[in-house]
Write a protein that binds this ligand. Structure first.
Ligand code: IPM
Ligand code: MN
Length: 343
């Protein structure tokens, strides 16, 4: 009998509510006969916060932790001050659930128009550190609101935190084209950059088949548009990874095709899968959002649970759908149905 997995579902805000049900349907259909899913819905995000002031109550976080994985739609609303939901919900989950690998694949699908004139073959994955760096919230402000205000944001980099994500990147490279590019700014951030480089060099010795190189973050933004085919696995810290994955999403035709995983690779806590796009309040509730990225995040969830064949079914269905119908204007539900029909 197929094992049942418990999935926490946080549709969140805006189009998150419209695309997430399609991720659930894709998950079920692709894994038919090999795994079953039991969903627990969580009402978290802007609407909840505006209604009763809660962001992530402890009791609900404990229930989320008791699941095998998490599907997240999107979080964000222009009515709420920047930082409240980001820090209180999304980043709190990433940190508390120790999701130290933020995995973000970028692939240019046949049928999608890249903004680049000569994109070439684009197929790389960014391994972004997820629990350290400038995202830790270390810092503070004094004399706030006065002309003498001081504000600090400190980047935390631990050898432990860096090594575990470096190891993940090299292991992943072994399953791909066996090349890792470390991206940092070691000519200026000499303390953290030097530590990242030394850890990469040391771990690389255990992977003689994997080649590795280094690029500064500024040069990386150039290569992402001038020669994106040069990349296989990009390994970087939390903030650099945030920035280049938006650029990466753009070069493969928009974040509508980009999924991501916040992975706890030691499986101590559930991992979380989400489309890279936001809640898109401008088109929310209009059945216009593309559910493809959410459906691809379901494929990443399946891979994480070890159902590679089921994940491949989703990838194949998405690829065929985009190639044939990618340029047509369809509703959210139509794209969902079209992809489901191919799984
Ligand atoms: C992302 C987002 C988040 C991040 C924000 C919303 C906190 O931009 O997932 O890339 O910076 O990580
Ligand atoms: Mn981002």
């Amino acid at each position: 009998m197929a094992k049942t997995y418990k999935i926490a579902v946080i549709p969140g805000d805006g189009i998150g509510k419209e695309v997430t049900p399609w991720a659930q349907k894709a998950l079920e259909k692709a894994a038919e006969g090999v795994a079953d899913f039991e969903y627990e819905q969580f009402d978290l995000g802007a609407e909840r916060y505006l209604r009763d002031g809660s962001i992530l109550p402890e009791e609900e976080e404990e229930r989320i932790k008791a699941n095998d994985a998490i599907l997240l739609g999107a979080v964000g609303d222009p009515r709420i001050k920047a930082g409240i939901l980001e820090r209180g919900l999304l980043l709190k989950l990433r940190f508390d659930l120790d999701q130290y690998v933020n995995l973000r694949p970028s692939k240019l699908y046949k049928g999608v128009t890249s903004p680049l004139a000569n994109p070439g073959d684009i197929d790389f994955v960014v391994v972004r550190e997820g629990t350290e760096g400038l995202y830790c919230g270390a810092g503070g402000a004094v004399r706030r609101g006065t002309p003498n205000e001081v504000a600090t944001e400190v980047s935390i980099n631990t050898a432990y935190g860096v090594e575990r994500v470096v190891r993940y990147a090299f292991k992943l490279a072994m399953k791909r084209r066996k090349h890792v590019t470390l991206v940092h700014k070691k000519n200026v951030l000499v303390n953290a950059g030097d530590m990242w480089q030394r850890i990469v060099d040391r771990v690389a010795e255990e992977y003689p088949e994997v080649t590795h190189d280094y690029l500064h973050i500024d040069a990386t933004t150039i290569f992402l548009v001038s020669n994106p085919s040069r990349f296989d696995v990009i390994l970087t810290d939390n903030l650099f990874g945030d920035i280049i994955t938006d650029e990466a999403g753009a070069v493969v035709g928009g974040v509508g095709y980009s999924a991501s995983g916040c992975i706890n690779a030691s499986d101590e806590y559930p991992s979380m899968f989400e489309p890279i796009h936001g809640s898109a309040p401008d088109i929310a509730g209009q059945n216009k959002a593309n559910p493809t990225a959410a459906i691809l995040s379901a494929a990443m969830l399946l891979e994480h649970l070890g159902f590679d064949d089921a994940a491949k079914k989703i990838h194949a269905a998405v690829e065929a759908d985009i190639e044939e119908l990618g340029s047509t204007v369809r509703t959210t539900d139509q794209v969902g149905k079209d992809i489901l029909a191919r799984i």
